[in-house]
Write a protein that binds this ligand. Structure first.
Ligand code: ZN
Ligand code: ZN
Length: 166
């Protein structure tokens, strides 16, 4: 009678679950590629599918730990849709008396860096969360108003409007 390590027996039992293609098995199951590895400390069973899915079972040879790992191919969670910039909240014709179009956003009101999304596209990770508005979505200069009061402009802000002169 041979005495084998329990982990190895578990591994072989798992292998028994992986027969060749059969009439009752879905096609995806038959396409799995199985691999086993006995490191001495651990027994690994890996099943890979050509579509990028992978399942791995790790059985600890010296303890009772069984670890299940899974991996899927990179998958988009939603369809990307084209971004449309919002309409400006102010135009020259709709300015409040005594106000000027914001020099930063030119009346947009929304952050003119991220367009009011609060994030920027950043492939391959998807999104960057460091736009100039710090995710507040509105123009940091006018606070979303799209205009600035002429009497409240700082000396620096006045330099952004050359038409005001000195
Ligand atoms: Zn922004
Ligand atoms: Zn603005």
């Amino acid at each position: 009678m041979t005495c084998r390590r329990p982990a190895a027996r578990i591994g072989e039992s798992i292998e028994d679950l992986a027969p060749g293609p059969g009439p009752l098995l879905p096609r995806e199951y038959a396409e799995l590629e199985w691999a086993t590895d006995d490191t001495g400390d651990r027994y690994d069973l890996t099943a890979r599918h050509p579509d990028g899915n992978r399942i791995e079972v790790r059985v600890d040879a010296h303890g009772s730990t069984v670890l299940f790992l899974g991996q899927t191919p990179v998958t988009a969670l939603y369809e990307p849709h084209e971004f449309r910039w919002p309409e400006p909240v102010r135009r020259s014709a709709t300015l409040t008396p005594g106000h000027l179009l914001c020099y930063e956003c030119d009346g947009l009101g929304a952050c003119d860096c991220c367009g009011g999304r609060g994030w920027l596209p950043s492939e391959p990770h998807g999104r960057s969360r460091r736009p100039q508005c710090a995710a507040r979505r509105i123009c940091p200069i006018c606070g979303g108003a799209g205009e600035l009061g002429l009497s409240q402009l700082s000396p620096y802000q006045r330099t952004r409007y050359p038409e005001l002169g000195r």
